[in-house]
Design a protein around this ligand. Structure first.
Ligand SMILES: [Zn+2]
Length: 450
């Protein structure tokens, strides 16, 4: 076809010019003030881009114009994708004391140095904060988180499930073993959890039989998982969450030995186990890049969920930071979801991609355990990053402060939220991130790119 008039294409650019002017006009005043360089540069780039396109179209032959028109159509399809909001949190440990308050607890016998009965963890929590009427229903443990999830309506809900889901008695001799009865799996359904990451230091607490029952129970419940499997291939495979009309979220789950995962838990071709990172080297990044390349399509958000580092302490290992940057630079990862620390750690935004180094605990039975009060591991965060699926870039990032009390998640008080704000601001300093506490007790992340 050669009957396309240049004037038609100039007309098709008119809409783009119109959108450009509207975007400048509709930019909120506060954006100009808080994020001036960040927000104005794209507009300058858009202006130059549009100007170039218009000049080119006036001078171009018809065949080139048709090709450009096709390309623009594809770009517009991608550009029209709506932002995707994730719900992420840290450790969700529904075993031991939590399992014992749910309707179908496993045998309470445990094999710790001092504690031999899982119900003692309920007693410890009750001694601190008062009696809990047992059994509770499946929604109880999520407490205020359910209302928050309903209100925020994230597109996907991803947790680090820090327990096996099994009745296996084949405990691994490691001192601490978490398990939840498979009949209690409706507690994860009660919060509509879409995906559990499993590459952590508890999923094999009850042996390979315990792991296999965990995987089978999640599958039967329709909950996706990543990071553990019956074979290496399965352990490495990402969970793919399809969002009708919006695209996909692809979740890779990795574990590091620094979180306490033994090297003998590594999945092999013929051995069930977890997706254990050999190290945080460049060659590991390249291997991950290969895996991402096989699955990532335009418009996908790719999450690297990593169980790494110790339980206590704010310091971020420079190898972790280098690895997280390399995942963004070389492996097309859009967001790094780090966990293992029992308390929240600093957040970085690297080239518009969020890196959460440690989410902290979210739902556990540690309420009555003393010794680390200065870290306030009873305080947690519900992380709600919103990303642009076209570019994978962070658009907005809010967090809801929570407090674990009565073995359930509760909204944090104003003072507790301020305490978390101070921690994130102190720990975010090296990364140029800070948070502000809103009137309604949510933390909003402000950042400049590193
Ligand atoms: Zn852990």
């Amino acid at each position: 076809m050669s009957d396309v008039e240049p004037s038609l294409h100039i007309a098709s650019n008119t809409e783009a010019w119109w959108r450009f002017f509207i975007s400048i006009k509709s930019m909120p005043e506060s954006h100009h003030k808080t994020n001036q360089t960040q927000d104005l540069w794209p507009n300058r780039r858009n202006f130059l881009h549009l100007l170039g396109l218009t000049v080119l179209e006036i001078l171009s032959p018809p065949w080139l114009l048709q090709a450009q028109q096709r390309k623009r159509k594809i770009n517009n399809t991608i550009m029209n994708k709506q932002p995707i909001t994730l719900f992420l949190c840290g450790d969700v440990m529904t075993g031991r004391g939590i399992d014992q308050i749910l309707p179908y607890p496993v045998d309470p016998e445990i094999y710790e140095s001092y504690v031999k009965d899982a119900r003692d963890y309920i007693k410890l929590a009750e001694q601190l904060n008062g009696a809990i009427a047992k059994p509770v229903d499946f929604t109880y443990i999520w407490g205020d988180a359910l209302a928050e999830l309903e209100q925020r309506a994230p597109d996907v809900r991803i947790i680090n499930l820090e327990t096996a889901v099994t009745t296996s008695n084949n405990y691994w001799p490691k001192g601490i073993n978490y398990r939840m009865h498979p009949k209690n799996i409706p507690c994860l359904k009660a919060a509509a959890i879409d995906c559990c990451v499993l590459a952590n230091n508890h999923v094999l607490d009850w042996g390979q039989a315990g792991l296999e029952e965990t995987l089978a129970t999640l599958t039967k419940a329709g909950i996706k998982y990543a990071g553990a499997g019956r074979t290496l291939d399965e352990a490495q495979a990402p969970a793919i969450l399809t969002l009708p009309g919006k695209g996909r979220v692809v979740v890779f789950s990795f574990g590091a030995e620094s979180s306490g995962i033994g090297h003998n838990w590594r999945a092999k071709d013929d051995q069930p186990g977890v997706n254990l990172l050999p190290d945080l080297s460049h060659s590991t990044v390249h291997a991950i890049a290969d895996q991402v390349q096989h699955v990532k399509k335009t418009g996908d958000i790719v999450v690297a969920s990593i169980h790494w580092g110790g339980n206590w302490g704010y310091k971020i290992d420079h190898n972790q930071r280098r690895f997280a940057h390399a995942l963004v630079d070389a492996a097309a990862i859009d967001i790094v979801h780090g966990h293992s620390s029992h308390h929240v750690k600093g957040i970085e935004v690297y080239k518009d991609h969020p890196i959460i180094y440690g989410c902290g605990d979210f739902l556990t039975d540690y309420e009555g355990i003393s010794g680390y009060e200065q870290y306030r591991d009873d305080l947690g965060l519900m992380y709600f990053p919103t990303l642009d699926p076209t570019s994978g870039q962070l658009l907005h990032f809010e967090m809801t402060p929570t407090r674990l009390k009565h073995l359930r998640v509760n909204y944090a008080s104003r003072n507790e939220a301020q305490w978390l704000m101070d921690v994130l601001n102190r720990e975010g300093k090296p990364f140029n991130t800070r948070v502000a506490l809103s009137e309604d007790n949510r933390l909003v992340l402000h950042f400049s790119n590193n």
